[in-house]
Design a protein around this ligand. Structure first.
Ligand SMILES: [Zn+2]
Length: 143
């Protein structure tokens, strides 16, 4: 399950596919690595829980977050990080206004009882992750 297709996130996909004989899921079915497309609003099963896919561009066009409402868990990819960090928008397909809209979309979607956020870079957030997302929404508007 790909949050997006930047090289630092997909560099080992070929080896994973070879080792485990698995299919690859991602937002963009045109991408060479993606076997199955996931659209905004789709539900995908990871482990025991359903996860809602949220199309969240701004860092990259094909970016997804995956949110388990029942598990209280968010996989945030490179949209937001701990302590108000957020994905860079100076690469190809990056756009700050779009990123801010995506963070707002995330805030509208996740419940108040979100317990944990796992991010593409840096530490997981297992204490009040919603606060960290709100910080990111603010800091993305300032920087
Ligand atoms: Zn990235």
């Amino acid at each position: 399950m790909l949050t997006h297709t930047h090289p630092d996130h997909v560099g080992n996909v070929g080896a994973v596919v070879d080792a485990f004989d698995v299919d690859v899921w991602g937002f963009d079915p045109e991408h060479e690595l993606v076997d199955h497309a996931i659209a905004d609003g789709d539900t995908v099963v990871i482990g025991d829980d359903d996860h809602l896919a949220l199309h969240t561009p701004g860092h990259k066009d094909d970016h997804l977050c995956l949110y388990s409402r029942e598990g209280g868990i968010l996989f945030a990819g490179d949209l937001v990080f701990a302590n108000g960090g957020f994905g860079r928008t100076d690469l190809a397909e990056g756009d700050r206004e779009t990123l801010i809209e995506s963070i707002d979309y995330l805030l509208e979607t996740v419940d108040d009882d979100l317990e944990a956020m796992y991010v593409g870079h840096g530490p997981a957030v297992e204490t009040d992750p919603l606060y960290h997302i709100e910080l990111a929404a603010q800091s993305a508007r300032m920087n």
